[in-house]
Structure formats: C-alpha cells, structure tokens
Design a protein around this ligand. Structure first.
Ligand code: IPE
Length: 256
C-alpha cells in the first residue's frame, strides 16, 4: 500500500480563497486510476483552509469566542475541497470514502495523539480508497488544533507501514535552499534523511509549518524506515510513474 499526499498548493490556487485547480485534480486522479495501486489518499487544504485558519488564528488554539466561527468555517471549507476530490475520484471510477480528521483524530498541545484507524482498515480491506485531509480537530489542551495532511501521513504510516509515501508538491522536489527565493537552489535527487537541510533553512512558514514542517515529517518517516518520494504534481506523469515504482525527476529520501 502507498500513501499519497496531494499538497494544497497543487490542488488549489493558494492565493485565491476557496479556489480548486480542478483540471490538475482531474489529471492527478487519472494518474492514480491508471497506476491501479492500493492507496490511502491524503490531501492538503490550500486556500480552502490556510486563509481561514490564519484569519482566525486557529494555530494558537482556543483563545476567544470569535475563533469558534473560524473553526466552523475552516472545517466547512476543507470539507468542500474534500467533496471536490471525492466527486472527481467517483467520476474517474475510483470508489472512495471520506474520513474527516475532526471525527477520528485527537491532538494534545498541537501534537497528534490518536487516530482511529478502524475506518481506514475496513475501507482498504474492501478495496475502497480512504481519503482524508488537513483539518481543524479537537485538542485536549488547546481546545482545537490544526492537523496538517503531513501529520496524518506520519500517523497513518506508523500504523500501516506503507511501502512508499509520495508527496505531490508544486516544486520538482526538495532543494538545498528555497527555490522560490534562490535561483541557484539545487534539486536533491537522492538523499539520506540525515543529510536533509534543517527546517530552519527552509522557512517559508504557514499555519502548519510550510516546507520546514514537511521536512521534519519526512525525516521522521524515513527514520522509521519508510521510503519517501517528493514529486512535482504540475508535471504530467510524475505521480503515475512514482506510483508504478519508477524513478522520476524528484527527491528520493532514504535511510532508516
Ligand atoms: C492544513 O493542511 C489544514 C488547515 C489549514 C485547516 P495541510 O498543511 O496539509 O495543507 P497544505 O498541503 O499545506 O495546503
């Protein structure tokens, strides 16, 4: 089984509130269909989540009543994006079900404490594709926290031990420095997780930690022995070929 995370900056226009990139979503889902592998699909929130979460400072946990409106709006909107994904999977002939983190995840002080895996297990055993996503969830200390898709990938990988995790992002892979700021940034094609740049060198933060947060998650995945591949979702065929186990332009993180 493979866990695929579709990044929010690939499937949405990050700068325009609640704007899905429907053509890209359709193509990526066609690639998943064609590859015909058993997967758990995790997707980010992009502009359906980050804009609202930032507006209401949801990353700080519960501080005031006004944030409850933000909690509700953010959850509603990430579900809207999830509905777009599920509808597309359905149309492409991939039977799938939505598993909202709000109902199956508990956090404590911003850390994932528990995922109820029963629905994932049962869906996979019936050959139904489980789909989950970055969401706002309850936190026993802070009231609520943001649970990123990357955190879910880490939690699910600990339980399911997938043969590979594929992160689909809007860059060719992981670079030695932020490629959006440095024209001479070099793509890291194969790298041991111990040699990954530190997250502080990769600060382009958002409410879930941006690329630095992703690198921390990737380090922990590789440390536990999971193969991690990072590919560009804007380039046709790279997700398909990675699902097939072929090497494509991107980053392969090894170690463990
Ligand atoms: C963020 O999830 C969830 C919310 C802001 C509610 P992700 O961190 O997985 O989303 P992307 O991939 O960065 O958009």
């Amino acid at each position: 089984m493979i866990i695929v995370k579709l990044g929010g900056s690939v499937i949405t226009d990050k700068n325009r509130e609640n704007t899905a990139r429907k053509r890209v979503i359709k193509r990526l889902i066609q690639e998943i269909k064609k590859a015909d592998r058993r997967i758990i699909l995790v997707h980010g929130a992009g502009s359906f989540g980050h804009i609202h979460a930032e507006r209401y400072h949801l990353d700080k946990g519960f501080e005031n009543e006004e944030q409850l409106k933000g909690f509700s709006i953010t959850h509603l909107n990430v579900r809207r994006l999830n509905r777009i994904i599920i509808d597309c999977l359905q149309r492409q002939g991939i039977p799938s079900i939505s598993i909202p983190p709000l109902s199956v995840v508990e956090m404590s002080d911003g850390r994932l404490r528990y995922i109820s895996t029963g629905c994932f297990v049962r869906a996979l055993s019936l050959n139904l594709t489980p789909v989950t996503f970055g969401d706002v969830v309850f936190d026993e200390r802070r009231g609520f926290s943001i649970c990123s898709g990357d955190m879910l990938v880490l939690g699910l990988s600990r339980y399911f031990e997938p043969e590979r995790v594929i992160f689909v992002i809007d860059e060719d892979g992981i670079f030695d420095k932020d490629p959006k700021l440095h024209g001479n940034a070099k793509l890291l094609t194969t790298i041991d997780y111990r040699d990954l740049p530190s997250s502080s060198e990769m600060v382009y933060p958002d409410v879930t930690g941006g690329m630095g947060g992703k690198i921390e998650v990737i380090k922990r995945l590789a440390e536990q022995g999971t193969e991690v591949v990072v590919v560009n979702g804007n380039k046709r065929g790279r997700l398909y070929r990675s699902l097939k186990g072929e090497r494509v332009k991107g980053t392969l993180v090894t170690g463990g």
